[in-house]
Design a binder for this molecule. Structure first.
Ligand SMILES: *Cc1c(COP(=O)(O)O)cnc(C)c1O
Length: 476
């Protein structure tokens, strides 16, 4: 399998080449040159593998379709090492929980950081360690986080050979629980840096350091952000696992509802659908930051300014633009790299928006690709959390609530709907207390983490000081 850029740069690359890279050299995102199409017998075999051998074996079968530069035995071992009951708290890894007639939750947030990002990040940690060892190289991961990404990355990279993590977060602005999750880690390769500023200051520092190409090369600076193809690929697996659990056989279509921000999660659903998994609808649910809902309703994609990006009670979906969205548009436009470059390179840079509403391609978004959308507000979120608690005795997190609200709007008779559960409620206790007047349950392994010693440096919002710190740690 070769990988090419959404913007047309066509020098073929292999999986391990793009694993450690960010954007393609033309500024586009990497996509496989084509999606493997699974026929009925292949799909039947995957169901059998999943049923008999479980999630890790299914993950190997799917990853192997996209990765031909890691020996099969090694890839199988990496999957087996990643998707364990010990790491994900249950043998099914991503169990399906029936909620009511025709509506299920797919539990994706029982990993170490209690958010679905662990499903991909845990694999990424093992892939990075494997590939760096094979090349005899090291990597310094520099990232900015306002919560979920940082803790998922740190729990995936802790103790990994050849890898250091420098994670910037806005000082005092994450929830107490999220701070404790990250700052309680004691591994010497994890560096928490609380920046005196807001999340945008953290991101600006990452950008400034990455733009210093000499520094970036000398200190082998890398990222783990959601545009990484390996993360997306790892997420494709649970659409298959969810499908197999929701259906008795492969004739039955299923819809998925996905709480969305950067479009990484639901883009994996799109890939699964392109491979031939019988998905009826892909339901994109946004919060008040409705960049994606606006596009799927009107065809207009309009990036928001920082000032009009709302801080909401489902904060992991507070985005001004959806960084993975370019991948779907590339498929929609038949991989016309010049057009994708014109939209995402030129139009967004000069006007901050583009409009496909009048383009014949826009009609295909729903008819051919199955996308529909909706938006959920703070009031909707609270109402959904209360409703699910009253009817099912279950407490769901605010992001999952957004997904469920929009899922119910799009349910069709005779098509099971699978809503993705993207975090556990303990990460967002304040909103749960607001909705229910009681705090959510806390998994036993997180008992008392707020009282553990904190490993964090507080630093000013100054890229030069971050560079000095990285250089010093590398010399140590
Ligand atoms: C990251 C995240 C999302 C959004 O996922 P995208 O891939 O960015 O669309 C939704 N819910 C939770 C809890 C998250 O951490």
């Amino acid at each position: 399998m070769n990988y090419i850029s959404t913007r047309g740069e066509a020098t073929p690359r292999k999986f391990c080449d793009i694993l450690l890279e960010g954007l393609a050299s033309d500024g586009g995102l990497y996509l496989p040159a084509q999606y493997p199409r699974l026929d009925a017998s292949h799909l039947a075999r995957l169901r059998d593998v999943y049923t008999r051998q479980g999630y890790a074996a299914l993950a190997f079968e799917i990853l192997a379709l996209y990765i031909d530069d890691i020996p099969a035995a090694d890839l199988r071992a990496l999957c087996a090492k990643t998707y364990t009951e010990q790491t994900f708290g249950n043998a099914a890894i991503a169990p399906l929980k029936p909620l009511e007639a025709g509506l299920h939750l797919l539990a994706l947030s029982n990993g170490p950081s209690l958010a679905f990002k662990d499903m991909a990040m845990q694999l990424l940690g093992n892939l990075f360690e494997y590939e760096l060892a094979r090349r005899g190289e090291t990597l310094n991961i520099l990232g900015a986080t306002s919560g979920d990404t940082g803790s998922a990355a740190e729990y995936a990279m802790r103790g990994k050979k050849g890898i250091r993590v420098f994670m910037l977060s806005p000082h005092g602005r994450m929830s107490t629980f999220q701070q404790a999750q990250m700052f309680s880690l004691r591994e010497a390769n994890i560096h928490n840096i609380a920046i005196e500023g807001v999340f945008d200051d953290c991101q600006d520092i990452v950008k400034a350091v990455s733009q210093d190409l000499a520094f970036k090369r000398q200190y082998r600076i890398g990222t783990v952000n959601s545009i990484n193809w390996a993360r997306l690929l790892a997420q494709v697996v649970y659409y298959f696992a969810g499908y197999f659990q929701a259906t008795p056989s492969n004739g039955q279509p299923v819809s998925f509802a996905v709480p969305s921000g950067n479009f990484g999660n639901v883009c994996a659903g799109h890939v699964a659908r392109m491979m031939g998994l019988p998905i009826a609808q892909l339901v994109v649910a946004t919060n008040e930051n409705d960049v994606l809902d606006e596009f799927f309703r009107t065809g207009r994609y309009r990036v928001r300014a920082a000032a009009s990006t709302h801080a909401t009670s489902s904060p992991s979906m507070d985005i001004s633009k959806a960084s993975n969205f370019e991948r779907f548009i590339a498929d929609l436009l038949g991989r016309d790299g010049a057009r994708v470059a014109a939209l995402f390179g030129d139009a967004l840079a000069s006007q901050g928006q583009f409009d496909l509403g009048a383009d014949p391609a826009f009609a295909r978004v729903r008819a051919q690709y199955g996308f529909v959308s909706g938006k959920s507000t703070h009031a909707d979120r609270l109402a959904t959390i209360r409703d699910v608690h009253a009817r099912h005795g279950l407490i769901i997190d605010p992001h999952t609530a957004d997904g469920l609200k929009v899922a119910r709007q799009h349910q069709q008779p005779d098509v099971p709907m699978v809503a993705l559960e993207t975090a556990l409620p303990i990460k967002f206790a304040a909103t749960i207390i607001e909705a229910l007047g009681q705090p959510p349950a806390r998994p036993a392994r997180f008992e008392g983490i707020e009282r553990l010693p904190r490993h964090v440096r507080v630093m000013p919002a100054d890229a030069a000081q971050i560079k000095t710190l990285i250089a010093r740690e590398c010399a140590a």
